[in-house]
Design a protein around this ligand. Sequence first.
Ligand code: KG4
Ligand code: ZN
Length: 365
Amino acid sequence: RENPLVLGIETSCDETGIGIVRGTTLLANVIASSMDEHARYGGVVPEVAARAHLEELVPAIEAAVAESGIALSDLDAIAVTSGPGLAGALMVGVGAAKALALALDKPIYAVNHLVGHVGADVLRLDDRADSDSVPLDTVPLEAVPLDTVPLEYPTIALLVSGGHTSLLLVRDLTSDVELLGETIDDAAGEAFDKVARILGMPYPGGPHIDAAAATGDPRAIRFPRGLSRPKDMAQHRYDFSFSGLKTSVARWVEHREDEGVPVPVNDVAASFREAVVDILLTKAVAACHDYGVPRLLLGGGVIANARLRQVAIERTDAAGITLRIPPLSLCTDNGAMIAALGAQLIMNGHAPSTLDFGADSTLPV
Ligand code: KG4
Ligand code: ZN
């Protein structure tokens, strides 16, 4: 089937995402986040996220339908994230997708959230591209325009958000995605949030660290690069660890405070950020080398980090690797990427899911 019209539903974490695509063309990308509600708890509260999805889903579907100008009856299929993610949050999206598929008598595709992040990259943006749901102008974005370079396989994908830090080898989006490694403790975004808290910044802390780091010295403090020493690289070449780094920052700050010496917040932020960026890109570029894959794709909310984008550009340039960074509205969790993956599955002749699938919080790629 050529250019199927697909509605995608994403509820794996705190974003209620509804996207509509026609083939590889993005028609609507509506994102409602419950982040404000989680902020006072300093982290995403699963029950709060699930309840927010229940409240946001129908208005988000209505908004996406209006934005795209389609009628629900025109849809060729529904796609939904069935995992991995927060169980209760996923269940709301899966339930809604099944209800919609049954009511409209449409096929349904259950898809993997991580593969969905890669799926975002096939999208071409029409004039509605800049979804107003994410304030794109708040971060310096040197995004590669998606339609100038088509996504080529194989590609290495580095996905970094508050919930995951994963390195994937994508030989084919719909049939051959291999998880090379992932975090063994905190996700990269989680590390940013925890260090921000240590430094007295509000949640989510990533943007605050990023801003403070801009005027700090990244070489002021040499924080440890988890799992990056030669011995670790032999055993955990593609795995990530950020909890030791976080602890090291906490100790450094405590030590200063105990001595009554002022904490150079901007230097700590810059040095911490440098360590995270170094770890992420060392491993991603190593994977490109090891597999002879001269392509790297970035995804996830941490991609908003200015230094990560800058170093990614520098290191891939130096290594002759083609770098792709989708616009931020497609990097953070969204429904468009799920719809895009659904459309790819249809265009590649994959059968729809049977209705007996459920939410799977630990769904493998
Ligand atoms: O993909 P995302 O929007 O959602 C979830 O993970 O659910 O990612 C959010 C994460 C948070 O941990 C946030 O602190 C982090 O991305 N983040 C950043 C930046 N902007 C957001 N981390 C570092 N630098 C940033 N500029
Ligand atoms: Zn995600």
